[in-house]
Write a protein that binds this ligand. Sequence first.
Ligand code: CUA
Length: 359
Amino acid sequence: MTARSWRRWLKRAPLFVVLSLLATACAKDAPQDALDPAGPIARQADNLFRPVFWIAVVIFVLVEGLVILVAVKFRQRREDQPEPAQIHGNNRLEFAWTLAPALLLLGIAIPTVITIQDLAAPPADDALMVEVTGKQWWWQYEYLDEKIVTANELVIPVDREVFLNLESADVIHSFWVPRLAGKQDVVPGRTNTMRLIAEEPNQTYLGQCAEFCAISHANMRLRVRTLTAADFERWVAEQKAPAAESADGSLEARGRELFMANACIQCHSTDVGVASLGPNLAHLADRGTFAGSIFELDEENLLKWVQDAPSQKPMSPPTIDPSAPTTLINPGNKGMPSFLNILSEDEVRAIVAYLLSLK
Ligand code: CUA
């Protein structure tokens, strides 16, 4: 590089500094910030990450600094400059730069292995056991001792270990709630585990699927809602109660009839504790979001969803035979079918009223 082109690059340096400062500013108030742990399990990983990061920064600055220094100091200054002295080998130096990194890596490896062992510990005696199943494109939670099945929003008590058995119904997903724990792959045919502990009640921690799992991977989000131990007991009691009954002749009752008479019931159970092909809806209205936690759960969004879900979220769903509205064509396909030309607007309205009554 000539002196002039060096100067040209140096003039641009402030721009690069400003751009990198701007980029770091983006992280303010980030709800999925893995560097802002909200519980002891996440903090354990963070405590490992931070010292390793700063060691890496020191080494980066040292190595890159020396590279730049040498490149500038020993550059060719004149066309006719003679070849510099050629040096081969320096035992003392080579020994030093082999031993130093080896010791450093050993120093990093020991706490890393201890942390990995710690995080992989078996469940505590009083742990809340939940089986998480990744499905294209939503999450099912089965509370094993409580016999509750919910979807997308994992409700947990604070200050108690939550032990997750992670399973997949189809392809590889990855369960990730950055502020509560690390990331864990969810693999068909095997059970991975994860522990998380939250500390602050009445919080919502956001998460998402972190392994590409086809068309709606980006729409496979999740939430973790934290409650005090007493509130959690109340929540469990509510979830274990049967789904709400609707009064005879009400819009909700008509919606329930339509729900049972159409394909809805083929995929969605409204019985407590029953896992179904689609999310269990026994207490749907307790959740704040639906469809892989991408929509707020309200009447307007549910109307659009029940009428024509594939227009709301990319899916490859089964279709419904218009002459037999309980029959799914290609039932192995993933996602919610469209009910356009199957249900009228009034019928959709009744079904949504029924769904919103499922508190
Ligand atoms: Cu599930 Cu990506």
